[in-house]
Every structure is written in structure tokens, then in C-alpha cells.
Design a protein around this ligand. Sequence first.
Ligand code: HEC
Length: 575
Amino acid sequence: MRMHGARIIRRSWILAAAGTLAQMGFAPVWSASIDAGRAAFRQQCALCHSAEANDGGGGDAPNLLGVFGRRAAGLANYPYSKALLASGLTWDAATLDRFLSAPAAVVPGSFMRVAVPEQDTRASIIAYLQATGAASAAVNASVSVASARKPKKGSEDWRQDAPGRMHRIDVANLPPPFDSPSTANRSRILPRPPGAKLRVPAGFAINIFASDLQAPRNMRVAPNGDIFVAETAAGRIRVMRPSADGAKAQTVTIFAQGLTGPFGMQFYPAGDTPQWLYIAENNRVVRYAYTVGDIRAAGAPEIIVKELVPNSRFGHSTRDIAFSPDGRRMFVSVGSASNVAENMAKKSVAEAKAWEAEHGLGATWDTEAHRADVLVFDVGSDGPGKVFASGIRNCVGLTIQPQTGDLWCTTNERDLLGDDLVPDYSTRVKAGGYYGWPWYYMGNHEDPRLKGERPDLAGKATVPDVPYTAHSAALTLVFYNATSGRSAFPKEYVGDGFAVMHGSWNRAIRTGYKVVRVRMKNGVPTGEYDDFMVGFIISDAAVWGRPVGSAVANDGSLLISDDAGNRVYRISYHR
Ligand code: HEC
């Protein structure tokens, strides 16, 4: 009921604004289409865009509050594509209609690729954008645009990043929600400024291993040392074969192409002679026959999981894959469709508990069914996936800790609660574990946007092992296990992890854009991590690289992919 009331209030000010628009000579907006437009926006656009103050939407895309009537690429601080900047368009109804029907055709080269083929839906979304924009003039937008705001005392500041600097997030002393305003502060990607350098601890060196890749992301190393890299947006898997001294990719070939958003990769079975390369696409799992040394797929892929989730088109899009150490189970991570389940239908506590009895503690339903989860499949059976663990908003990197056999997730947490909430994390994932999303975070902190909805889950969310500075965008984790090789790291690194942070957008002071060393003691995380590779940040507005994937090469060096600079870097140790 509470939600219903809130909706009526919200709708009434939009209608009032629509009335004002009519007085200003715009065509009156039909209210039913505004509601339909909001619903469609939430489903198809809100993961990337916000369009109303506090709507819970928004990711790495421009804020659409007030977009109606604005010139294209009109936000001062957003790093638009060159194509959109040069388009000369203004977002009136006709132009939006054309653009949304085929964005890639109207502005070739734009980063905006989500088409809305149905004309009615387009019309409703446009009516909605028109109405919210007018309403926003009346109410103050609460997402402030990037400013030179000073960080709060004790809040992370990238200017202090330095190799070896230790971090530990104190979960008992998190700030309250909305302690600082929520800031849209996307990074502008610039070429490397003269003199800008990546920094690593003393004794280590860094060089470019491969360049001119196409947004390289996840990486895996084959037994012979070939490095497989997923070019997710290009739908391609490439193979980088290291030179004799290991310093550079000597050849880069295409292993497979024509895939849809490939990210996760895993050789199977483990060991020196895998027979398959499994690949997790956006909504399915396939495998290619593989013999060590292959640099292109010998044949067509075999489909292993036909459909991971019913509505994979929306929301977090990368899927990672891992096998249990005994080879019997396959894990696949599937991120949420939204920021904080704002599109999920409401259930009473009794209904939610009935759902849970079938799908696992804290399992989500409706648009979020089988999402924000790690799914598990029996290898060799056609059985459907089951929820292995839930409440993990976006487990981009899924990996097994070699020393212990534990499954780990590295996760982006939710946005729009302020600069220092919610910490991202890496954690061991236990069977049946619930990690909080969307109702709770970091253990027993209730999300204020879903307050009172799940009292039954209070105290049931697991506190993750290694929380990171909020908005770091922690994506992947690799365990360092090389004990030999000409570039192998000192032995105190063996058993520790390296986590890779793609970098913030929802924080006034930029954070992330770095690689950190995750400390273990006898195979158990201590909760501490130190900066290991830093230097991509130019200012609070601009960066020259965004690290994503990590792999330990056969010579013991650590490889890091950068999907903004289109490179792979190599960090080696020199005795
Ligand atoms: C996967 C993320 C994503 C989704 C989903 C998405 N967009 Fe976008 N959108 C973007 C990005 C990124 C840009 C910036 C494009 C550029 O710079 O070329 C953009 C740009 C736009 C712009 C131009 C904004 C400006 O400031 O000029 C409009 C309008 C727009 N999107 C509308 C929509 C609508 C409506 C939907 C839902 C049907 C939607 N988008 C879904 C990522 C997304």
C-alpha cells in the first residue's frame, strides 16, 4: 500500500507538469502512456540511465533527466562517443523516435545500442521523458553533477593511491545511507597524458603486452601458456601467444567470433590436457572442442545451457563460469537486472518465504528470477540450473581459490546511496549463502529503499570477506599461484589474490581504476588489501585506462586487460 500511495503522489506531479507543458504549447501528454513509458523505461533503460530524481536507475550512461529538448551529448561532464558529440541532433519527439528505433543506424558509432523496436513503447517512453523533464524543473534533481566537492574526512581519495598503501573497510562503522549526495561523475577517457605512468611496488616492472585489441576483458591461460581474452562487445575470443621471453604477445589470433557478449571462459577438464573451452555468453553457455595449442576453434560450438535466465536482455550482462575442483559441478554467475530490484513485483513476507523454500534463502523473483545469483549445474546432465548462492548483485568475476577449493565472487554493489555506500567486495561463496541484495547490505544493514519489506531476512545476510571502497567497480580476482618462471613474484605473494577495479562513476571523488593485492593468511582472507597497480586516474573527471581482467601467465607475470585503452599490461618481478 505504501508503494501505491507513493506512486500516486509521483504521478500527480508529473501530470501537473504535463499540464504546464500543455500551457507552454506542447501537445498534452496522455497520462496512461506516461505510466507505460515509466514501466518500459524501468525495464529497458534504467540499468544504465536515470530519468527521475531518486528513481534508483542509472549506471554508466548519461542522466536522462531533462533530456527532452536538450541537444544530443549535452551534459558537460559525460564522456560521450565522438559520434554522438558530432551528431548535431536535438532530442525532440521525432528525433528520439528515430534514434530509439535504431540507434546504431541513426548515430553510427554511438555507445547507445539499445533499440526499442515497438512503436507504441517508443511513444510511451518519449512521453515519459518529456513529462519527467518538465517535472524536474519544478523539483530539484538530487543527483548532483560532478563537482570539485571535497571528500568527507576519512573518505577514500585517489590522490593518496600508492603501491603498498593498505586499506581495510570497517563494516561496523559504515556511514548512514544518503550521508553524502549521490553524484553522477563518469570518467572521460583520454589518451595517456605525456609523463603519466602506471606505478607498481619496488622490484616490479610493467610493460605493454598487447595493444590494439577491441575492449579486452576477461582472460584465461591455457596449459601451454596461450592467453585467451574475451572481447565481449565484439563477440570475439582471441588468443595471445607470448614471445619466447614472455614480454609481449607475439601473435594475436581469433579463436572464435559471432558470440553474444562472451565473458566467462574455462578449460575443462582441469589439468594439462583439457578437451573443451567453455564460454559463458550473455544468456547461454557453449563449449568448443579444444586441443592444447589450438589457436582457432576447430568447429562450431556445442550448446551446453540454452538459456540462463528468462530476461537476460536487461541489466548486468557479463556471465562468468567456474568448475568445482572435482569437475562435477559448473557454476555460472548472473548479475541483477537492476540497481536495487526497483522493477521486481512486490510479495508479502509469506509469499516471499514460500518462494524462498523452493529457490533458496533470499532468492529474488519476477524480473530478478535467477539473477543476482550464482547458479549451479551438474556437468554432463541437461538438468536446469539451481541457485547455489543468492543476493550477490553482480558477480562479474567467479573463481576457485586453488589452495582451498573455495568458490569466490567479486562484485559491484548498488548505487545512489552516497559516496561511501555500498562497498564492493570479493568473498568466498558458500552453498545456500545469502549475501544481502537487494534488501540488505554488508550483513545486517537494511537498504532504506526497501525498508520494512523483509524483516524475516534481518541478520541472515552473510558479511562478505573483503569489502572494497564503495563504487570501485571491482570486477575480477585472480589468485597468485606461480612458484616458478622467470618473472615470478616473491614467495610471500603466493596464495594472495589480485582484484581488478574498473573504477567509479557514482562518487564525487574518483576511486578504483587500479589493481589491489588481497591479503590471505593460510588461505583465509584477512579483509585487508593494498594498492598494487595505480596511475590511470588523471583527475576527478578523466582517466586513461580502465582495468578489467587478470591472469597469471606461465612465466609468473601478472597480466591485466584495459578495455578503455584496448591493451593488456604485464607486471613482472625482477630479482
Ligand atoms: C546498456 C546501457 C544502456 C541502456 C540499457 C540504454 N542506454 Fe541510452 N545510452 C547509453 C550510453 C552509453 C549512452 C551515451 C551514448 C554515446 O555517448 O554515444 C546513451 C545515450 C542515450 C541518449 C542520448 C543522451 C544524451 O545526453 O544525448 C538517449 C536519449 C538514450 N540513451 C535513451 C535511452 C533509452 C530511452 C533507453 C531505454 C530504451 C536506453 N537509452 C537504454 C547506454 C544505455
